[in-house]
Ligand binder design. Structure first.
Ligand SMILES: NC(=O)c1ccc[n+]([C@@H]2O[C@H](COP(=O)([O-])OP(=O)(O)OC[C@H]3O[C@@H](n4cnc5c(N)ncnc54)[C@H](O)[C@@H]3O)[C@@H](O)[C@H]2O)c1
Length: 279
């Protein structure tokens, strides 16, 4: 049986761990923060119960998923065939975690990162056996969103890509292999959705509520401000900065001062109870 270790028990890690456990993988959820681990555990238990109540899964499937899960803040427990990291969007911290995991696992353990914007190539070059490093970019909420961008670096082996595609299939996801370029596909295209929306309110041309209402009625599932609150302001602002730098700082991709102020004020969106809206 394949074991997946999901690192990070925040917005993404919690959802990915649930998906992995439901897909039949023995799933270790690791986080350095006990409170986040407990929050993630409670959220997964609650969601699975809700799925049973709504007849979306059987009680047996719920039990199986729960039996597959282990929550830990001890890195030595993180022995797995595949690691999927979903920790802070900072390259050095991700590299450091992968190196710690590489030291206790075999060279065959696949190291997948859920980064939204950091170059997977740059991460891979700092890891021994870089052929096992790959991008596995889930979308928020990971339990519901079908897409996974699978990012192949110049080092990633074909065997690793095939394994990850197989895992995505078992998780009932739609996997698309992408090149390692800034923001990959979705975050590159979507950058303007957020940035132009913030420019409109900066220039006093519309309120954020109006922008959201207009975009939703134009057919987008979520207005840009609601979406930024869901993603997390720190994460979204981090991605904007990384894409801006990596693209050579073009004016059209300049991160927004409005979002910077939100991050500095700790108004990170749903996860802190306040972002552009209050929760
Ligand atoms: N939020 C989104 O919509 C979204 C979507 C796709 C991808 N991502 C990417 O997923 C990753 C995580 O984002 P998130 O929104 O879940 O963040 P988050 O802030 O909700 O959670 C991050 C978690 O990582 C933990 N952590 C930090 N350092 C750690 C370490 N060294 N070892 C173990 N755990 C550690 C924190 O305690 C926290 O629980 C980022 O790389 C982000 O770019 C986010």
């Amino acid at each position: 049986m394949t074991t997946i270790c999901v690192c990070g028990a925040g917005t993404m890690g919690s959802g990915i761990a649930q998906v992995a456990s439901q897909a039949g993988y023995k799933t270790i959820q690791f986080d350095v923060n006990e409170t986040m681990l407990q929050k993630s555990k409670a959220s997964i238990y609650k969601t699975l119960q809700m799925l049973v109540d709504k007849n979306k899964i059987t009680a047996e499937q719920q039990t199986n998923a729960l039996n597959n899960l282990v929550f830990t803040s001890n890195i030595n427990v993180c022995i797995a065939d595949i690691v999927i990291e979903a920790i802070v969007e900072k390259k050095d911290i991700k590299v450091n975690l992968f190196n710690q995991l590489a030291a206790i696992n075999t060279p065959k353990t696949i190291l997948a990162t859920n980064t939204s914007s950091i170059s997977i190539n740059e991460i891979a070059t700092e890891i021994q056996h870089p052929e096992r490093v790959v991008g596995m970019h889930f979308f928020n909420p990971a339990t519901l969103m079908k897409l996974v961008e699978v990012i192949k670096t110049e080092h990633t082996s074909n065997t690793v890509i095939e394994t990850i595609l197989q895992v995505c299939k078992q998780m009932n996801k739609v996997a698309v292999v992408c090149k390692d370029s800034p923001g990959f596909i979705v975050n590159r295209v979507a950058r303007h959705y957020y940035l132009e929306a913030m420019k409109l309110i900066e220039l006093n041309l519309a309120t954020l509520e109006t922008v959201d209402e207009v975009m939703e009625n134009a057919g987008f599932k979520m207005g840009p401000f609601k979406l930024m609150d869901l993603i997390g302001m720190d994460i979204n602002f981090g991605v904007s900065n990384i894409v801006y730098e990596a693209m050579g700082k073009p004016a059209r991709l300049k991160p927004s001062i409005i979002q910077q102020q939100k991050v500095e004020a700790g108004e990170l969106g749903k996860k802190t109870g306040k972002g552009f809206y209050e929760y």
